[in-house]
Design a protein. Sequence first.
Length: 254
Amino acid sequence: MTSRAGGAIKFLFAALMIVLGSTMNLGISWSNAWAQETEVSGSGELGLLINRGNSDSESVNASVKVLFEKDSWSNESTASGVYSRDSGDTSASRFVLANRTDYRFGNHRYAVGAFRYDRDQFSTFRYQGSAALGYGYRVVDTETQRLRLEAGPGFRVSEIRVTNKQDDEVIARGFFDYRWDVSPSTRFENKLLIEAGSDNTFSENATSLTVAINSRVSLKTAVTLRYNSDVDPGKEKKDMLSTINLVYNFKPKH
């Protein structure tokens, strides 16, 4: 491993551990303080791949998720990153922040607000930031299955890498969220996000299967497909990321 690559991976790993450790401590503190009123849960994921031989490559992906639930309110915050080097050259570098808040005003209906910030070194867009409001409906909500559908208007700000031009546009946001607890230790999930605008349509579909090793640790395999309709010549409109991660859950739900 080159010193730069090794340093980058060590830095990302250390950053994840610091964030995860801080999140766990905050989660425990908030949980103790609001035990009677607020549910706090979350998870941290880490995947690492090192290849040596005819080619040298290193890849790391990590994410942290925190979920707060109180009465009719819930808030989910996530941070994720992907970094890859191949033969000493950076081949992937992406960081995503997202937040989603909803308020339930019926057994199945709720209002939702969502924010997303996406920064990708190899995308046509240096960054994309969006905010949206919408209406959500729980089509299925049982102990083993959940299906949520969301739709609403929003606004997106992007910067085109080649021209450094900022692109602002109104978007329509749609979100499909399906979860199935196949067994007490196995969970299947599929999430589809669509942000449609007149200049660019962004979509992301994430499919995952998680198998619990114990109450805290799980193994998760996932495939994420990303699509941008407006890209520079020579760039692909579609990106695919396949991962196998170790997951740590704090305050798992029973």
